[in-house]
Design a protein around this ligand. Structure first.
Ligand code: TXA
Ligand code: MG
Length: 348
């Protein structure tokens, strides 16, 4: 299939292009598009046949439901009810990087929800995303626009790498501002429960309801017959081709440990190191990439997935990563890093 690729100027968004991509969605095709979290691979959320194509293009397991994207807060027809707590979260954090889970209405096909009675809804703050949804005239179902298992794309080049030739349209825009997928909060239970951490942190959500909590499975290695509330949590995720190992603890000890592992393996392995601006000059060997300033977690989050993907291009055999404090945005960053490492962590 020929994929049309158009890169929009975010300061002067061409409505013609938006309309063209919107029409592709309307007619049952697939469009990759930017959001503030990561790029999404979109189809008409209400069209079962269109949604099936997403699973095929990504190689996505059939039991993993899709998030539905909307351009405004009028979601009454998509869900059975909007609990008061969800209304509060929506008024404070929508549009923005948070997905809320509701009991779904019959309008949402079971292919979109992967057989669940619930649906996750995200109103993106990305203007291009909202304009596309408006032009399509329908909510858009969209997982991250990567081949299943790979780190999510936050730049159009990564969408092109994974999906060119497999979908009708790739809409480019700016690099995703957040760089980590949306926080997912299950609002079908009381109190609501965080199923995936993101840029809207537990600390921020507890300003609305102090009882909101994080599902206990979020930060642990999935067991064999594990049935998580967010089905996606059981799959290996965000993973570059090479194994990732996280070294966690005091930063000086971390640097020493990473250098020790590099020196022991240097003879037979090409090693990548995920460092930060403060530490990147402390590694004399290996291919060192910085995530940015360690004190600016927003930058670290924004760079994380593209840094993980960059190691695929240079074919390393092993990736060693520094860790971050699991507080605020650091919690979501560590969640993605730990999943990319299959929970291989060495504490120093
Ligand atoms: O930031 C994001 O959420 C991005 C952008 C494109 O919106 N999308 C995204 O989609 O990350 P995806 O498919 O890569 O991850 C969706 C996660 C999966 O783990 C899935 O299992 C979970 O959300 N999920 C979706 N619907 C759900 C539901 N009804 N109940 C529980 N978990 C759900
Ligand atoms: Mg994904």
């Amino acid at each position: 299939m020929d994929t049309k690729i158009v890169i929009l100027d975010v300061n002067n968004i061409a409505q013609d292009t938006i309309n063209e991509a919107g029409l592709v969605v309307k007619e049952g095709g697939l469009v990759a598009f930017p959001t503030e979290t990561v790029y999404g691979l979109g189809a008409n959320a209400l069209d079962k046949t269109a949604v099936e194509k997403i699973f095929k293009a990504k190689g996505r397991p059939q039991d993993n439901p899709l998030i539905v994207h909307v351009a405004n807060r009028n979601i009454e027809t998509l869900v059975k009810e909007v609990p008061n707590i969800a209304k509060e979260i929506m008024s404070k954090y929508w549009p923005g990087p948070i997905t809320l889970i509701f009991n779904k209405s019959n309008l949402i096909p079971s292919t979109t929800s992967a057989g669940l009675d619930t649906v996750g809804i995200h109103m993106p703050s990305s203007v291009i995303a909202r304009k596309l949804i408006e032009a399509a005239g329908t909510p858009i179902a969209a997982p991250s626009a990567n081949i299943s298992g790979r780190p999510s794309p936050t730049e159009v080049e990564s969408c092109i790498e994974d999906l060119s030739g497999k979908i009708e349209y790739i809409l480019g825009g700016e690099k995703s501002q957040i760089g980590i997928e949306s926080t997912i909060v299950d609002c079908t239970c009381t109190p609501p429960c965080i199923l995936r951490p993101g840029a809207i942190t537990i600390e921020m959500l507890r300003e609305i309801d102090n009882n909101i909590y994080i599902d206990k499975n979020v930060m642990s290695k999935p067991k064999k017959d594990f049935k998580p509330k967010a089905p996606g949590m059981k799959y290996r995720h965000y993973a570059p081709k090479a194994p990732v190992k996280i070294i966690c603890g005091d930063i000086e000890k971390t640097i020493a440990k990473i250098n020790e592992i590099v020196q022991t393996n240097m003879g037979n392995k090409k090693i990548g190191i995920i460092a930060t601006d403060e530490t990147k000059d402390k590694y004399p060997f290996g291919t060192v990439v910085s995530l940015g300033n360690r004190k600016q977690l927003e930058t670290v989050g924004r760079n994380l997935f593209e840094v993980l993907r960059s190691f695929d291009a240079i074919d390393v055999d092993l990736i060693l990563s520094e860790a971050f404090e699991e507080k605020g945005l650091g919690y979501a960053i560590m969640n993605r890093l730990k999943k990319s490492a299959g929970f291989d962590i060495t504490y120093v």
